[in-house]
Design a protein around this ligand. Structure first.
Ligand code: SF4
Ligand code: SF4
Length: 290
């Protein structure tokens, strides 16, 4: 069995406690308009083109047998690409990247174990992120099981828009859930992410009822969800559940724009919230909101 990933990041410090290896699984069933990893949207593998690294040397064109060309920072003929990766190997500038490599359990276990000493010294471990890792829940469950057998701590970074059975496969081997709750109002949630938040909130309640250790993560976007109403509604949802150890508010940044362009997607630019507003939002939570 294999898992499909678009990135593996060592020494990550933003995806759970301590120093971690973050595994970015490909495929997502939300379409958040501010997404910072839009190369994860599609489950299918694709070639990313990082325009800012390209010097238009033409080496990739020489090896491509299917006529894909790069001219003035744009790829043409992409519909003929067979994902052979010859161009990726030919590009000396790292401007082409294969997003969607299949990894076996053994490969990922080996990768993760390289940094065991760092995890032990920092209270870290591995994090399954994405995309939506629970779209590959069977694989993630098996991987986490192997990690736990090795004494490695596990965190699941999920947007939670899945049937609960996917959580069930992974939770027995999960130390910490990092759950994104983006917008509490369902209409707004639909218009900015392409899906209802009903399943996400139901799953949040079930996880809290089970006493699952959790951090809630909220990307904060000006004019979208930077309201006190949203913060109050979230506070009401988690009120009284001590298993929610943290609520983290993460101001919008526009790093997703270049990544969207790298996979031929257009994305609009949003703005981060004002500092005072972010502080007001954080102050709604009387514990460890950061
Ligand atoms: S080989 Fe790399 S740097 Fe050269 S044109 Fe192709 S993508 Fe650009
Ligand atoms: S992956 Fe293969 S077919 Fe696709 S652009 Fe690169 S060399 Fe051409």
């Amino acid at each position: 069995m294999t898992g499909r990933l678009f990135n593996v990041q060592r020494f990550s410090v933003h995806d759970g406690p301590g120093i971690r290896t973050t595994l970015f699984f490909k495929g997502c069933n939300l379409r958040c308009r501010w997404c910072h990893n839009p190369e994860s949207y599609k489950m299918e593998p694709e070639i990313q083109y990082l325009r800012e690294k390209c010097i238009e040397c033409g080496e990739c064109r020489k090896v491509c047998e299917h006529g894909i060309r790069i001219e003035q920072g744009k790829r043409t003929g992409l519909e003929n690409c067979v994902l052979c990766q010859k161009c990726v190997d030919a590009c000396m500038n790292g401007a082409l990247k294969y997003a969607g490599r299949e990894y076996t359990l053994e490969e990922l276990t080996g990768l993760a174990l390289r940094d065991r000493a760092y995890y032990e010294n920092s209270g870290g471990g591995i994090t399954a992120s994405g995309g939506e890792p629970l779209l590959q829940s069977e694989f993630v469950g098996l991987l986490f099981q192997k990690m736990k057998e090795q004494g490695i701590s596990t965190a699941l970074d999920t947007a939670g828009n899945v049937e609960f059975e996917h959580f069930r496969r992974v939770l027995p081997f999960t130390d910490l859930v990092l759950l994104d709750i983006k917008i509490m109002d369902d209409e707004l949630h639909r218009s900015y992410t392409g899906a209802s938040n009903r399943k996400i909130l139901e799953n949040a309640r079930r996880l809290m009822e089970m006493g699952q250790r959790m951090h809630i993560r909220v990307p904060v976007i000006a004019g979208v969800n930077d309201t006190l109403e949203n913060a109050w509604a979230l506070q009401k949802l988690i009120d009284g559940y001590e298993c929610v150890e943290k609520v983290r508010f993460l101001p919008y940044h526009n790093m997703g724009l270049a990544k969207a362009a790298s996979v031929n997607l257009e994305m609009e630019e949003f703005a981060p919230p004002q500092k005072e507003r972010l502080e007001q939002i954080r102050s709604v939570f009387d514990f460890c909101a950061d």
